[in-house]
Write a protein that binds this ligand. Structure first.
Ligand SMILES: NC(=O)c1ccc[n+]([C@@H]2O[C@H](COP(=O)([O-])OP(=O)(O)OC[C@H]3O[C@@H](n4cnc5c(N)ncnc54)[C@H](O)[C@@H]3O)[C@@H](O)[C@H]2O)c1
Length: 278
């Protein structure tokens, strides 16, 4: 096993809190980076800066041999905000990594880069590299994150893995997420596999657990050594029982039509609750 000193952006966020303890337990060293201080640093070094601040990032990434880039706006938002945080921010991270010779970068993409892909109805699985069909400005930004990763691999030779993270929650939150759930423990396994696999080149990979009702391919994950151990099915009976009193738990028409679910509707969940258009 190769232990790594990892720069992890978005270190004050909820996905970071899910994976940092597990990555530390596997022996990695982490330098956390975020625009705001985390509630818990888990004993890691922490640098408070925007990922867009190249001078601060050059200093923060020095001596690291991998970057996990999670920082960004995780829902739909105004275009200008998405552009600055998710697209400009990712370009800055890749540029600084290239300048410093950090060869391994793991980028947080999203199911919403391909959110308008129809839910398969014939038992087939959606491939890890299905072409982009973004469902929001957010989804467009994640498609751009993937394109930037591809560019920095092809032009500069960085190893870049883009994780199309599906639905990462402590537990599935509704019928759709019985198919798309990524458990916190599997998230640790996934990010660790991204750090361990030799010479991955450029790839897009689903970030999803081994769900009985899953429709996202597990092939890309298996190819880098990701072995998910969790299955949402253990929550299904309780969820369907709860849907008797809370029908919102059941899949909506959007959930049945598109893999991006409600994000593919005209009213996607918005950062700060403000829709990007009237
Ligand atoms: N949570 C999920 O299920 C899920 C699913 C798909 C993709 N993702 C992606 O994973 C990443 C992390 O998601 P999360 O749920 O932890 O979100 P989060 O909002 O909890 O954390 C994101 C963090 O990024 C920081 N940040 C934002 N812009 C920044 C900037 N320009 N410079 C420095 N820090 C900045 C924020 O302060 C925040 O702490 C995001 O890129 C998100 O799009 C998450």
């Amino acid at each position: 096993m190769t232990l790594r000193r990892i720069a992890l952006t978005g270190a004050a966020g909820s996905l970071a809190a899910d994976i940092i303890p597990g990555l530390l337990a596997r022996g990695h060293t982490i330098v956390g980076i975020d625009q705001r201080a985390p509630v818990d640093t888990f004993g890691c070094e922490f640098v408070e800066c925007l990922v867009n601040d190249r001078a601060a990032m050059l200093s923060a990434l020095r001596g690291c041999n991998a970057v996990i880039h999670l920082a960004g706006i995780p829902l739909e938002a105004e275009w200008a905000d998405i552009l600055r945080a998710n697209i400009d921010g990712t370009q800055a991270v890749l540029e600084v990594a290239e300048q410093l010779g950090v060869r391994r970068v793991v980028l947080a993409s999203s199911i919403h880069s391909v959110g308008f892909v129809p839910v398969p109805t014939d038992g087939s699985l959606v491939p890890d590299d299905v072409p982009v069909r973004p469902n929001t400005f957010y989804g467009v930004s994640k498609a751009a994150v993937e394109a930037l990763g591809s560019l920095y691999h092809d032009r500069f030779g960085l190893d870049v893995i883009c994780l199309r993270i599906a639905s990462r929650f402590a537990e599935p939150t509704g019928e759709r997420t019985l198919s798309t759930w990524l458990s916190p423990a599997d998230a640790v396994r996934l990010f660790d596999a991204c750090l361990q696999v030799p010479s991955p080149g450029y790839r897009t990979i689903w970030g999803v657990s081994a769900n009985t009702r899953g429709y996202l391919s597990a092939e890309g994950g298996a190819a880098i050594g990701f072995r998910p151990e969790d299955d949402s099915e253990r929550f299904a009976e309780r969820m369907f029982a709860a849907s008797d009193t809370d029908p919102s738990l059941l899949a909506s028409d959007w959930d049945r039509a598109y893999i991006g679910g409600i994000f593919s509707s005209p009213q996607p969940p918005c950062f700060g609750g403000h829709p990007p258009r009237p």
